[in-house]
Design a binder for this molecule. Structure first.
Ligand code: C5P
Length: 240
């Protein structure tokens, strides 16, 4: 199975999504990520519309609340028939197991496969200075990410969101039987923006990523299809 590029549809409304997808010849082949910006404007309908077109869907709402609220919210999400969802590992094991329980219950109700639950570790926009000085974390970045990934695995997550920089340690200490999904992906010539822990698709692949997330370098490009192909070629070197 080809490892996915998850294209972050960080647009303000569905009209902009339509315009963006029109330039692709087979948009139904894409794996798309619907995040807070689009979901808060367009709601579950955007998920249903893109799913009906054949896209694989990563619904990235990064749930972080008390276990009961997360469980009930994940039940609703499980009913949407998406492929991947997220919750913050900082919510702890009780919240993560509740998230999984909710997803299973929701998916079962509508007879859909259970989405993969991905635990967000430390955001790729967080630097080691922020981790140490603002979050007062005593561990080094990679140790903290590994610790949260272990917690995620023990709590029933199917994988984690991580930067590529921690992948060598993750594959060694948490294992290769876990899905590592990597945002903060940039080719050398592209603007980094607010991301701090960045890597190229090729590096992410070589160090063990299951999937990469790419947003602005494609969505804000003057030629999104060409930009997507550039990232895809670098990610899937043997396939293009
Ligand atoms: O535009 P860019 O390529 O930086 O987009 C990255 C996407 O991945 C955004 O939608 C962001 O919400 C998401 N993301 C991230 N870091 C995480 C988890 C998700 O950048 N740890």
């Amino acid at each position: 199975m080809e490892k996915p590029i998850m294209l972050a549809l960080d647009f303000a409304d569905f009209k902009q999504v339509e315009q963006f997808l029109e330039s692709f010849s087979n948009p139904g082949d894409l794996t798309v990520k619907i995040g807070m910006e689009l979901f808060y404007q367009s709601g579950p309908q955007v998920v249903k519309t893109l799913k009906a077109r054949g896209c694989k869907i990563f619904l990235d709402l990064k749930l972080f609340d008390i276990p009961h609220t997360v469980e009930k919210s994940m039940e609703r999400i499980g009913e949407l028939g998406v492929d991947y969802v997220t919750a913050h590992t900082l919510g702890g094991s009780e919240m993560l197991t509740a998230a999984k329980r909710g997803l299973i219950a929701g998916a079962k109700r509508v007879n859909q496969p259970v989405p993969d639950l991905l635990g967000v570790t430390i955001l790729t926009s967080c630097s080691k200075e922020t981790l140490a000085n603002e979050l007062n974390c005593k561990l080094a970045m990679a140790d903290q990410v590994v610790s949260l990934a272990k917690l995620a695995k023990q709590s029933g997550c199917d994988g984690v969101i991580t930067s590529a920089l921690e992948l060598p340690m993750l594959t060694k200490e948490v294992g290769t039987d876990f899905k590592y999904v990597v945002p903060g992906i940039r080719m050398k010539q592209d603007a980094v923006g607010d991301q701090k822990r960045v890597a190229t698709p090729e590096i992410a692949k070589q160090t063990g990523a299951f999937a990469i997330v790419v947003g602005r370098p494609v969505t804000q490009s003057e030629n999104p299809v060409a930009a997507y192909r550039r990232y895809r070629a670098n990610w899937n070197l043997e396939g293009e």
